[in-house]
Ligand binder design. Structure first.
Ligand code: SF4
Ligand code: SF4
Ligand code: SF4
Length: 572
């Protein structure tokens, strides 16, 4: 089909909308409610364009393209309509930009600026709802909500959770949880994917930067920081450095300038997780199950399992996540070895994830009253801190992490991408079962951004069947097939966020799949260039077992590195 948009004749395939044809030609039409890959709702009407044959305004997100149509995307009529929509939204919006977490990265603010809104034309009663700060991970500010519905859709249609929905009618319509309760008592798994799609400051992560800065200022406190593998390949994006650049050394340098006393990569914890999880898999292979073994490093998935699939609790690995394993080792072993009072250590974790804020609060993640991780910052909070401290990442000298947990294998770094945990564990399980390394360490079938991936790996006599899932809606599909007996695996990796931690709910905002891909490519490039590519070759890790833990799965390892789950938990 031939469609004329802004006097350009463009090709369109059947089923394409005006919005997608325009986007394919690099013509950007503003939208507030459109979600790539999901059916259009046409709720916000920001994407109206003018049909030059009829003079009518039509929503480009839901209007199918047809042969011969003539469209102007930015005609005076379309622009006036869009400006009026923004003005009407602002009529019921707090003038809060200077205090708002999204100041400078808010779609409503951007459109208001682009459309030249310079005064409040419509005055009326404004909504005044209470902030919902009940969740350990997410803050909801309903006054800033423009009812685009994207959070509801991502929660239901992508994550299969349905913790939030439209509540009330007419001018009283708002987004809320069942029975007007806070997010903490809903089925919310703290994934933060709703924050990622929210165009305004109505949803944000719970900000822990003030607590971290207070610890950095306290001369009595030793501040230890760990940072996840999916952070160092995304931070650069916010500083004008090429997407997908790994700046782990510069990040270390920046953290030292901020005043962090010790820096360790979470990938050391990931190596530990690989060893413990692979040994759990080997034990189940030797004793005949139960299968499948599910990975346990994604806290949103753990809450999802506890909430919706509690019967699978015995199938889930008892391993703590890398964050919590490293936290336990630092607070319970490293402090003793270095003569530091663990009560005087503040342990900060920098994560791509909002659910990690929930995880570090879970029972079992402390020894007595000493927490293993004291505060979790998302990548976005960390970026805000770098800017607050006036640090120019371009001018920072790279520095190594500290010993002894600064050494990590690249198996611990690919954890950041969907399939990375499985690939790393397969490398080590193969070694544990055969005494040799996989002929090629790379298990390419497990790589990529597809929601569900499957592989069969021959390990001696055994054909190990494995699946990798990212996004909880995909997990629901696979779990239902497994429970119905339609699929059978030995080992299943489930990551809460679509694509894995590289697209976690705490990462810098992006709607561009190419950006996520560049983060993934960066992690696999790190792996292919690394000299230590398996967790079982990590010399510092071997020493940790020799000196303290004994064998993988030993009593000491289970006490420190494993946990348990049970039905639904409510963290107040
Ligand atoms: S949500 Fe956007 S427009 Fe509203 S106060 Fe925050 S920055 Fe301003
Ligand atoms: S954090 Fe995740 S589960 Fe919770 S409301 Fe948002 S999308 Fe739903
Ligand atoms: S909270 Fe955000 S994503 Fe959800 S409806 Fe409101 S503005 Fe849209």
């Amino acid at each position: 089909m031939k469609v004329t948009i802004n006097n350009r004749i463009l090709e369109a395939d059947p089923g394409e909308t005006v919005l997608s044809v325009a986007a394919g030609a690099g013509i950007s039409i503003p939208t507030l409610c459109h979600m790539e890959g999901l059916p259009p709702t046409g709720a916000c009407r920001m994407c109206v364009v003018e049909d030059m044959e009829t003079g009518n305004l039509i929503p480009s997100c839901s209007q199918p393209a047809f042969d011969g149509m003539k469209i102007k995307t930015h005609s005076p009529k379309a622009l006036t309509a869009r400006r009026t929509i923004v003005e009407l939204l602002l009529a019921n919006h707090p003038d809060d930009c200077l205090y708002c977490i999204r100041n400078g990265c808010c779609t409503l603010q951007d459109y208001s600026e682009e459309l030249g809104v310079r005064q409040r034309r419509y005055n009326g009663e404004r909504s005044t709802y209470d902030l919902d700060v009940s969740s350990p991970s997410i803050v909801r500010d309903p006054d800033k909500c423009i009812l685009c519905g994207k959070c509801v859709r991502v929660c239901e249609e992508i994550q299969g959770v349905s913790a939030i929905d439209f509540v009330g009618r007419g001018s009283d319509t708002r987004i809320g949880c069942a029975f007007e309760e806070g997010l903490n008592v809903s089925s919310c798994v703290n994934c933060g994917q709703c924050i990622m799609v929210c165009p305004t400051g109505a949803l944000s992560e719970k900000d822990d930067t003030a607590r971290v800065i207070a610890a950095l200022r306290d001369p009595e406190v030793t501040v230890v920081v760990q940072h996840a593998p999916a952070v160092s390949v995304t931070v650069a994006e916010d500083f004008g450095i090429k997407q997908g650049t790994d700046i782990v050394d510069r990040m270390n340098g920046a953290m030292r300038r901020m005043g962090f006393d010790y820096i360790f990569p979470t990938s050391f914890g990931a190596d530990l997780t690989v060893i413990e999880e692979a040994s759990e898999l080997v034990e189940r292979i030797n004793s005949g199950g139960p299968f499948p073994l599910f990975t346990s490093c994604s806290p949103g998935w753990i809450k999802f399992m506890e909430e919706f699939y509690p019967d699978l609790v015995d199938n889930v690995s008892s391993c703590k996540s890398p964050q919590q394993m490293l936290g336990a080792v630092i607070k319970r072993l490293w402090t003793g070895e270095n003569g530091i009072n663990p009560r005087k250590v503040f342990h900060v974790s920098i994560m791509p994830c909002t659910a990690k804020k929930f995880e570090c609060d879970r029972p079992g993640m402390r020894e007595g009253s000493v927490r293993d991780v004291d505060a979790v910052l998302t990548t976005r909070e960390f970026i805000r801190m770098i800017k607050m401290f006036g640090i120019d990442l371009d001018l920072v000298t790279g520095e190594p992490a500290d010993s002894p947990y600064g050494e990590c294998s690249s198996a611990g770094r690919i954890f950041g991408a969907s399939g990375g945990v499985m690939e790393s564990a397969v490398r080590t399980a193969f070694y544990m079962l055969t005494g040799a390394d996989l002929p090629t360490l790379e298990v390419r079938e497990l790589r990529g951004l597809e929601g569900i991936k499957e592989v069969a790996v021959n390990i001696g006599e055994l054909e190990l069947k494995a699946a990798v899932v990212s996004g909880l809606g995909n997990a629901r599909k696979l779990l239902d097939c497994i429970l119905a007996g339609e699929k059978a695996y030995h080992f299943v990796e489930i990551m809460t966020c679509p694509g894995g931690c590289i697209a976690g709910g705490g990462q810098p905002f992006t709607a561009d799949p190419q950006v996520i891909k560049s983060r993934m490519t960066a992690l696999y490039s790190i792996d292919s260039a690394a000299s230590v590519r398996t967790a079982h070759s990590n010399v510092s890790l071997k020493k940790l077992y020799d000196d303290h833990l004994g064998k993988p799965g030993s009593h000491a390892a289970r006490e420190m590195l494993h946990t348990s789950y049970a039905g639904r938990e409510v963290l107040k």
